[in-house]
Design a protein. Structure first.
Length: 300
């Protein structure tokens, strides 16, 4: 199937109630699902590639959802290339424990690439070493790190190059400057959302959902972001694998499986003692492991 069969190909930018707003070569189309898809319980979410039929009035009917390459569950977005986790250097002060929690959630979502962005670098005093040290730590683990300021423009070009021709989810806590960052990356991006807003016309009572914003051959995803409460869904046995620097040591532990917390002969603990795994990362792991184990006991 495809455009040669008279169907129009497009990408879902936003889903609102039973309507889907699809970017196509004919422009933005408001569409609904074909009843057959509803009966088969085939869900369509922002980011999905679809094939639709245009009606005489210019609306669309989605006939098929194309195969997905990825699915982020919270927020619900399909075909994501990377997630950009946004934190502030100051106001609010950076919190390495919170960084680790968000990284674990992103790893759990199985997104292809995770980028760490530290905003508000203009608020740092000249001799502060904490942020550069944190950046070095996470780069060593394998995460791309971008230090930037939407006020001075520092690092903005680097971030633009990271998101070109990719579908990127931006996630971050309140106050870190995520909206300012999106506006700085793409100054006209508010205009690109106007057509969707005009079609929806449901004002402030609309549900806060993910929305794809076309940018530089890809999409920026405006989203509520992750919630730390989602850690409750991660089983204790899955947690070690969400710390990339732990993985190469798993096979060398004396006991299998190993929680890497109290067991003798644990290769992960030995790596921490030898300085091959950062103390702060291991402390974050132990804290999350304890919380996960306690939750499991409560819900038995």
């Amino acid at each position: 199937m495809g455009e040669e069969d008279g169907l129009l190909q497009g990408k879902v930018l936003r889903a609102q109630n039973s309507f889907f707003y699809v970017a196509t070569r004919e422009g933005l189309v408001e569409a609904k699902l074909r009843g057959r898809l509803k009966k088969e319980r085939i869900a369509v979410v922002p980011g999905d590639d679809v094939e639709l039929e245009l009606t005489e009035g210019g609306a669309g009917v989605i006939e098929r959802r194309c195969e997905r390459k990825s699915l982020l569950r919270r927020p619900l977005v399909a075909n994501i290339d990377q997630v950009v986790l946004v934190f502030a250097a100051r106001e609010p002060d950076i919190n390495p424990v919170l960084i680790d929690r968000f990284l674990v959630l992103a790893e759990w979502s199985k997104i292809e690439r995770i980028v760490l962005c530290i905003n508000k670098m203009d608020l740092l005093e000249g001799d502060e070493a904490e942020i550069p040290a944190l950046a070095a730590l996470y780069r060593e683990i394998g995460y791309p790190v971008c230090l930037l300021s939407t006020v001075t423009g520092e690092g903005v070009a680097d971030m633009q190059s990271l998101v070109e021709e990719k579908t990127s989810v931006f996630a971050g806590s309140s106050g870190v400057g995520k909206s300012s960052l999106l506006n700085c990356l793409a100054p006209g991006i508010a205009l690109s959302t106007g057509a969707v807003s005009e079609k929806i016309k449901r004002g402030r009572h609309t549900t806060r959902t993910a929305q794809l914003l076309p940018f530089a051959g890809g999409f920026l995803v405006d989203t509520p972001g992750f919630s730390a409460t989602e850690l409750a869904e991660i089983e204790p046995c899955a947690l070690p694998g969400l710390f990339p620097e732990f993985r190469s040591f798993f096979g060398a532990c004396r006991f299998q499986p190993c929680t890497h917390s109290h067991e003798p002969g644990c290769a992960v603990k030995e790596a921490v003692q030898a300085g091959r795994i950062e103390d702060s990362r291991y402390a974050s792991y132990l804290e999350m492991l304890q919380q996960s184990v306690q939750r499991k006991k409560v819900y038995r």
